[in-house]
Design a protein around this ligand. Structure first.
Ligand code: NDP
Ligand code: MG
Length: 389
């Protein structure tokens, strides 16, 4: 069967780290992909550079720094509401969500409702709004995960019914502090935390990887994506980051997906599904057979309390995943600005959970408001921490 090419892509979050992986794949396979629209938050200079290179006319900045984002040679849009227009455009077949934060959740809903193919890198959307996003999927594989672990599980499940899953395992490199002691954790600096041993990513997700909050958040993301309860989802430290995800089936068989740690590989699989692109022809590296490593160990939850916190939030559901996302954004910012130490990250988030008094979200708007509430409570607690230390 021949699939329609080129696929017309709207790229939300074009100026970021995942955005650049998507653009690299599109530039290597111009016969497969054509970019129809590009969006960023405020980085106008980089957005225009990309637009020139990929000959894209439709651009959007959700939060432009100046009022003057109105260039005659482009169709310029501003504001987060414009994302909804972009993703429902008839010129778009496939929408890639590579922005950070929760601002694109409504656009994600609209893309699915309009029957577009969707590749999703953004984690926050499903963690905060899984119950309002997942029911909108109209057909199998309409929503394809780019996050490497979820992409691995998705690929392992290409031909298997979910009812036969016993458990899924996400892998974690363990980040720069995997061999630290609890005492050493007390002194880590933003520079050390930003120095990820394997993946090159945006700052927020790099700090979350160092605390293993990222892995906990990914477990919640996996629960939503694959409709699994918390006891069916786990994560293991795998320092080589060659295996990205594993599925244990109820007959005792295990499938795992291995590849180089390069975000362009899961990105290409999501964009081109059900085909595979010949990346090896484009000089992508293979793991030499002699270097395959199957070493896994359990996550030390005392050393990485953020992992357990996120699992607890996922198991509790209701308001907690959204509060977690909001609080985590504030504490990571606070840590990067030198306002709080690394070990305060889980302590402050835990206090956010205990301080929060409210009701379970019944609408998407309620859930998004809880993200802001989590941010707000965490900011107050950061201020208290600074006053007392
Ligand atoms: P970056 O910080 O590198 O890039 C973020 C992108 O989103 C930029 O284009 C940025 O625009 C845009 N953006 C930021 N804030 C907003 C907003 N409020 N509204 C609309 N757009 C916004 O992030 P990453 O590429 O690292 O990550 C993107 C998402 O993918 C995150 O959810 C992350 O958790 C997830 N992810 C990332 C991985 C990675 O390897 N990097 C791996 C797996 C998942 P501007 O440049 O103008 O600020
Ligand atoms: Mg990941």
């Amino acid at each position: 069967m021949k699939f329609k090419r080129p696929i017309r892509i709207a790229l939300i979050g074009a100026t970021g780290s995942i955005g650049s992986s998507v653009l690299d794949i599109c530039s290597k396979f111009p016969e497969h992909f054509k970019i129809s629209a590009l969006t960023a938050c405020s980085n106008e200079k980089k957005l225009i550079e990309i637009a020139k290179k990929f000959k894209v006319k439709k651009l959007c900045l959700t939060n432009p720094i100046t009022e003057s984002f109105n260039l005659p040679e482009y169709d310029c849009m501003v504001g987060v509401e414009s994302l909804s227009e972009i993703v429902s455009d008839n010129d778009v077949d496939h929408v890639v969500f590579a922005s950070s934060g929760v601002s694109a959740i409504k656009a994600l809903q609209i893309a699915l409702k309009n029957n577009k193919d969707v590749s999703l890198a953004n984690k926050e959307s499903l963690v905060v709004a899984g119950p309002w996003v997942m029911p909108l999927i109209k057909r199998p594989n309409q929503l394809r995960p780019i996050d490497s672990e979820h992409n691995a599980i998705w690929q392992c499940l290409r031909s298997d019914p979910h009812s036969e899953i016993e458990k899924i395992y996400l892998t974690a490199s363990g980040g720069p502090f995997r061999d630290y002691s609890i005492q050493q954790m007390e002194k880590v600096t933003p520079k050390q935390a930003l120095n990820h041993p394997v993946w090159k990513m945006g700052a927020k997700v790099t700090i979350d990887s160092a605390s293993l909050m990222n892995k906990g958040i990914e477990c919640i993301e996996a629960m939503q994506l694959f409709n699994l309860s918390v006891d069916k989802v786990d994560a293991l430290i795998h320092p080589k980051s060659q295996v990205h995800g594993m599925v244990l089936f109820n007959d005792g068989t295990m499938k795992m997906l291995m590849s180089q740690a390069d975000m362009r590989i899961p990105t290409a699989s999501a964009l081109a599904w059900p085909e595979r692109l010949n990346l090896l022809n484009k000089n992508f590296e293979l793991i030499p057979l002699s270097e395959y490593d199957l070493n896994f160990k359990e996550i030390d939850k005392k050393l990485f309390p953020c992992f357990q916190l996120a699992l607890d939030a996922g198991a509790a559901g209701g308001a907690y995943p959204a509060l977690l996302v909001g609080a985590d954004e504030s504490v990571v910012n606070g840590f990067l600005k030198g306002q709080i130490p690394f070990i305060a990250i889980p302590k402050i988030i835990e206090s956010v959970f205990s301080k929060w008094q409210g009701s379970i979200p019944s609408t998407l708007e309620d859930a998004i408001a809880l993200v802001d509430e989590g941010k707000r409570i965490a900011c107050t607690l950061i201020q208290n921490w600074r006053n007392n230390n």
